[in-house]
Design a protein around this ligand. Structure first.
Ligand code: DGL
Length: 270
C-alpha cells in the first residue's frame, strides 16, 4: 500500500498549485494528476454535474490503485466532499478557503475571500465563515474570468491584470488587509494580486497546509512511501492533450507527457 500512488485532481490546471506543494512535502511519493479540462470551469456548473465528474475521477484513481486522493479544487470540495467521503473509505484530503488563518492575522478586522461563485454560495463555506469568522468582517469576492485566464496560461497579461485590479481594489477599498486565495487557480496569479494589492496586504494560499495535512494522514495510516527514490508524476486530462500540455508544462515548469483520460472516465451528464 505504501508504494501506491496519490491521486490529485482539479477542474483544470489550477490544482498544480497544490501538486507542487505536495511534491515539496512528499518527494518520494508517486503522484497522478487529473486536469478535468474537458469540463472546466466547474464554477458555473450544477452541483449534480460537479459531483458526477468528481465521482468519475475518483473511479479512475481507484482503477489506478491510489492510496489517497486530494481534491485540489475548492469548488469540487464545496459541492462533493461530503458525498465522496461517505462513499469511499480511502484517505481524501480537500481544500478549504483559509478563513481561520486569515481571521487570526488580520489587523484591520476585514478579510477578503477570492473564490468562484459556487464556492462562496455553498453551505460548507457559510459554515466555515460562521465557525472561524467570528469578530471579523468577511468580504466575499467572486472572481469570474480568472480561472479562464490561468487555463489559457495568461498569468500576467493586460486582461488578467485588469480583472485582478477590479477584484482586489474593491476588497482593499472596503478595508481588507488580508486576502484568501479560495480557488486553486489563483496562486498562479499571486504575483499580480500582490502587486495590485500593495505590500501591506497579506495574501494567503492554503496549498502548503493541504500538503502537510496529506502528509499527516499518510503517517497516521502508516502508508508513507517506503522508497527513497524521487517520486514520479503522471498527468491525465479529459481535455485535448495538445491544448492542455503547453499550459500544464508552463505551470509545472517541466516538460511532461499529458495522457488522455479513458473515455469512460471523461463522460459527463450534460
Ligand atoms: N481550481 C478550482 C477551484 O479551486 C476552479 C473551479 C472552476 O473550475 O471554476 O475552485
Amino acid at each position: 500500500m505504501s508504494d501506491a500512488p496519490i491521486g490529485v485532481f482539479d477542474s483544470g490546471v489550477g490544482g498544480l498549485s497544490v501538486l507542487r506543494e505536495i511534491r515539496v512535502a512528499l518527494p518520494h511519493e508517486n503522484l497522478i494528476y487529473v486536469a478535468d479540462s474537458g469540463h472546466a470551469p466547474y464554477g458555473d456548473r450544477s452541483s449534480e454535474f460537479i459531483l458526477q465528474r468528481a465521482e468519475a475521477i475518483v473511479a479512475f484513481f481507484i482503477s489506478q490503485g491510489v492510496k489517497a486522493i486530494v481534491v485540489a479544487c475548492n469548488t469540487a470540495t464545496a459541492v462533493a466532499i461530503k458525498t465522496l467521503r461517505a462513499r469511499h473509505s480511502l484517505i481524501i484530503v480537500a481544500m478549504e478557503p483559509a478563513v481561520k488563518p486569515a481571521a487570526a492575522i488580520t489587523k484591520s478586522g476585514v478579510i477578503g475571500i477570492m473564490a468562484t461563485s459556487r464556492t462562496l454560495a455553498s453551505d460548507s463555506f457559510s459554515r466555515l465563515a460562521e465557525q472561524h469568522g467570528q469578530g471579523v468582517r468577511i468580504l466575499l469576492q467572486a472572481c469570474p474570468g480568472l480561472v479562464e485566464q490561468v487555463e489559457k496560461g495568461d498569468l500576467s497579461g493586460a486582461q488578467t491584470e485588469t480583472l485582478i485590479s477590479g477584484y482586489v481594489t474593491t476588497l482593499r477599498d472596503q478595508g481588507a488587509d488580508t486576502l484568501v486565495l479560495g480557488c486553486t487557480h489563483y496562486p498562479f496569479l499571486s504575483p499580480i494580486i500582490q502587486k495590485v494589492a500593495g505590500p501591506g496586504m497579506a495574501v494567503i494560499d492554503p496549498s502548503a497546509a493541504v500538503a502537510r495535512e496529506l502528509h499527516r494522514r499518510l503517517i497516521a495510516a502508516n502508508i508513507v512511501a517506503a522508497s527513497r527514490q524521487p517520486g514520479t508524476e503522471q498527468f491525465w486530462t479529459s481535455g485535448m492533450p495538445t491544448q492542455v500540455a503547453p499550459v500544464l508544462m508552463q505551470l509545472w515548469g517541466k516538460c511532461v507527457e499529458v495522457c488522455t483520460l479513458p473515455p469512460v472516465y471523461s463522460e459527463s451528464i450534460e
